[in-house]
Every structure is written in C-alpha cells, then in structure tokens.
Design a protein around this ligand. Structure first.
Ligand code: FCB
Length: 479
C-alpha cells in the first residue's frame, strides 16, 4: 500500500471524548459494492431491474460489477485491517440469500456471508450487519413489494432464517437501513427502486418497512437472544428558513413526514399527530385502534414495531433550510451553507450533534450509533498516484468531533461508521459520486486509499481504536 507523503494530524476538537470501546468503523451496502449479480445463485432484486431501465441512473450505470467485492472481499478486508479499521458495517443481499424472497436460503449465499463474517473476525474486525439495504427480491416486488403487507412477513421470515444461519457470527444486527429512502425515494419521489411516484404507496411501504423491522427483531430475540438489534433511520436536521409562522409550520410538517414518521412509531409506539394529519388520507392511523381488516395500520402493529431494541442507528447527511411552498403542502428546502460536496450537501457538523441530542432527549435512552455519515467530492488520482482529499478530512474532522462533543455532553453514542469504506455505486447517481475513504478505479478495480483513509487510521489510533483492533486480533489468534 503506497503511503502518502504526509497526512494531516487528526486534530479533533478538544471537547470531543470517546469511550475506550467506541466502535470506529466504515460502512457499505451489498448492491453498492458486490457485483456478481448473476453468480452464486443470486436472484434479481429491484435494484437490478430499476438500474437497467433507461433513464433511471446517471449514464445508465448499474451494480452488475460495482466494486467486484463478491470476488475481491478478502483483499478488501485485508486493506481494511491494514488501515486499522476495527468495525465494519455491511449489508446482506436478500436475493443472494433467498433468491425469490421465499423458501429456504441459498447455500451458496449463506457460504459467501459466513466466509465474509469469519474473514472479518479473523482480521480483528467486528462486523455490524444490515439485513435490508434497499435490494428487495424482484419476485416480492412482483407480488406488490413493500406497499403490500405480506412483504413485511416475508422479511420477518428471511430475518429468522438469517438469524439461524448467520446469527452466530455477528453480535450487532441492523434490521432496515433508512426506511425513509426505501419508502419515499422509492415510491413517491421516483428516484430509487422500484421507481414509483405515488405518495399513497410510499406511506404503505413506510408502515410495512417498520412492521418488517419489528418482525425481524422478534425473530432475533427468539432464536439469537445474545445479539443486539436495532433499526437505522436517516435523520436530517431541519431549520426554518425564516422566523415566519409559515416557514416554521413547513419545517414541522417536513419533520413529521420525513423524521417523525419513522422515529415515533419505533421509540414511542404510535405515529405522531402531525404525521397522521398529513397521511391519514392514505390510511395512516396513530396505532391502528379500531381498524377493520385490510386497513393499513392493524391493531398490534405498533406493539411489534416499538418492541425495545438494543440500540438506535442514525444516518446523517443533511442540514436543511425549510420554507413554505406557495403551491401544495410539500415545503421547499435547501441545504445549509457551506455545502461544498459534489452533492451540494452541507458541511455543518453542529447538525449531527443536534440530531444526536434530539434523538437522545426526545426519543430513546438506547445507545446510539452513527451508522453512516460522509461526503462526496470529485476525487481523482494525481500524477503521484495519490488521492488527496483535504476537504473530506475537514468534513470528517468536524463531524467526528461533533460526535465526541455530544458524548462529552452526556449522549451515549457507541460508534461511528464513515460512509463509505470505498467508492461505490451511489444508487441513481451511479459511479459519479465518490463517498469512499478508498478510491476505486472501476476499470481496473484498483483500490487506492485516499489521504482521508490515512487520516481516519491515525484518528482511530489516537483515540484508542487501534488498541482495540490489536487486542481483538490477538484474542482471535490465541482462541
Ligand atoms: C444513504 C444510503 C447509503 C449511501 C449514502 C450516501 O442514504 O444509506 O447507501 O447511498 O446515503
């Protein structure tokens, strides 16, 4: 591995503290890195279908090959270990494990993930596993997808089978990644698979994703009581663009339909009044009391959804200015400046601190994990063969400091996972957006750690993570 001439000092804020067992990690997701879409008995997912439809992704990019991680996972884990990264969050491809979303698991898929999980442990890397990061088996989509209630039960069954066949190899399990994006970007905004533009479908999908979370949690509770299970939500920080009552109301509305619709049912056991006010027209009720057969929210659903988990996963990227729209109820929003990323997203670390404090004070005593946070720039390999990304270092320094400051202020945050370990298929943005700490030359599949990867390595070392890695590797070696 080529080392860059110099790396910036970690330089986290003096007010940031991290417990000795803090999980320093990186994150990825199956469809974004694996490739090998027709190998090992994998069935098609909605992302295969969607990305192959003209006009859905930048340049028609798809995940057929992606980072070819399916074939290169050992070298990728070697690199992660060399970079001193002690924790790795990745997702399982449902359609690799259960090609049509029903029936027994595919033994080749199980073997792939057992090898991957064992490969993490052998290198002293602690795995954090996501059961669903948006790649629904296409066969289940053909039966109605997430807007259909039965999909939640299919997900629960899949989770039960995963718990049995892989649950011995990881302690931490995330049921669903960002139901917000799966429901709304996929069914209302038309930007992601399956590509619908129908608010009613999105609301149905949202409820069933949450129900799926609860059913999966119950499966792990009964067959793997030693595991720790939670859901990951994406939480934006929202600010009214002005102090006007209209902008403040618009902000509350946007909060109700983007954040609270997923937080309140999980951590408070009912949909919030403003969420019901917005989406009652699509059948959403607070907790399903008095529901008739066929109604969206059934009696008992909220008990399943709000059964206590072990941690709360938070993904955070956006800090928004919300203003009332002249037409219709959907507000306008923009990203708070400075917003230098190639997505136009903010670099405002105080927003992450605010989100962590909010979840801890308004929603739950459970430990929090920042399961994703990161930034995209137009990174390139320079004539010295290096990828210098000082702006990403600046971003990470700020956001990781914000996490450490929240901890100093009493919020129990147990981990931080940078998005992403390596550049990958960024959904509708294809390969145009590079979020990685490691640069991927897709033509050759070369991995080149960016300057930020070395910065992260040094930051982890300075704040105790390396010692954890070394000692867990030693424990593995003597076991
Ligand atoms: C999150 C997704 C992740 C990645 C980042 C940039 O919403 O969970 O897969 O696309 O955004």
């Amino acid at each position: 591995m080529t080392q860059p001439a110099a790396t910036a000092r970690p330089g986290l804020s003096a007010d940031a503290t991290f417990p000795a067992d803090f999980a320093w990690g990186v994150a990825t997701a199956a469809y974004q890195i694996e490739g090998g879409v027709n190998e090992g008995g994998r069935g098609p997912s909605i992302w295969d279908t969607f990305s192959h439809q003209p006009g859905t992704t930048i340049n028609g990019d798809n995940g057929d090959i992606a980072c070819d991680h399916y074939h290169r996972w050992e070298a990728d884990l070697d690199l992660m270990a060399e970079l001193g990264i002690p924790s790795y969050r990745f997702s399982l491809s449902w359609s690799r494990l259960q090609p049509t979303g029903t029936g027994p698991l595919n033994p080749e898929g199980v073997r792939f993930y057992r090898d991957l999980l064992a490969g993490c442990t052998a290198r002293g890397i602690t795995p954090y596993v996501t059961l669903y990061h948006w790649d629904l088996p296409q066969a289940l989509q053909d039966d109605g997808g997430w807007p259909a209630r039965q999909t939640a039960y299919r997900f629960g069954e899949y989770a039960g089978l995963v718990a049995e066949s892989l649950g011995d190899l990881a302690e931490h399990w995330i049921t669903i990644n960002e139901p917000m994006c799966a429901a709304f970007l996929g069914h209302s905004w038309g930007m992601q698979a399956p590509g619908f533009k129908d608010d009613g479908l999105a609301v149905r999908a949202a409820h069933h994703l949450l129900l799926g979370h609860g059913l999966a949690l119950a499966e792990f509770r009964s067959s793997r009581p030693g595991t720790k299970v939670g859901i990951t939500n994406i939480i934006g920080n929202l600010n009214p663009a002005t102090d006007s009552p209209a902008d403040r109301e618009a902000t509350q509305y946007w909060d109700a339909v983007s954040n609270r619709i997923f937080l309140d049912p999980v951590y408070k056991g009912r949909y919030a009044d403003p969420t019901v006010a917005a989406y009652g027209k699509y059948g959403l009720t607070a907790a399903g009391e008095g529901a008739a057969a066929g109604d969206l929210v059934q009696p008992g659903d909220l008990d399943i959804i709000s059964a206590p988990g072990d941690f709360a996963g938070i993904n955070h990227y956006t800090n928004m200015l919300v203003s009332a729209s002249d037409s219709g109820s959907t507000p306008n929003w923009t990203h708070v400046e400075p917003a230098p990323s190639s997505f136009g997203w903010s670099n405002t670390p105080e927003a992450l601190k605010a989100v962590l404090k909010r979840v801890a004070s308004e929603y739950t005593d459970l430990p929090l994990y920042v399961t994703e946070n990161g930034v995209t720039f137009h990174d390139y390999v320079d004539p010295n063969g290096e990828v210098r990304d000082p702006r990403r270092i600046d971003y990470l320094r700020g956001y990781i400091s914000a996490v450490g400051e929240a901890i100093s202020d009493g919020v129990e945050v147990r981990g931080y996972f940078a998005w992403s370990f390596m550049d990958n298929f960024e959904w509708a943005e294809g390969y145009d957006k590079r979020f990685g700490l490691v640069y991927v030359d897709y033509g050759t599949q070369a991995r080149i750690p960016k300057q930020s990867a070395y910065w992260y390595r040094d930051t982890i070392a300075e704040h105790g993570g390396h010692r954890a890695l070394a000692s867990s590797a030693a424990a593995g070696a003597t076991a």
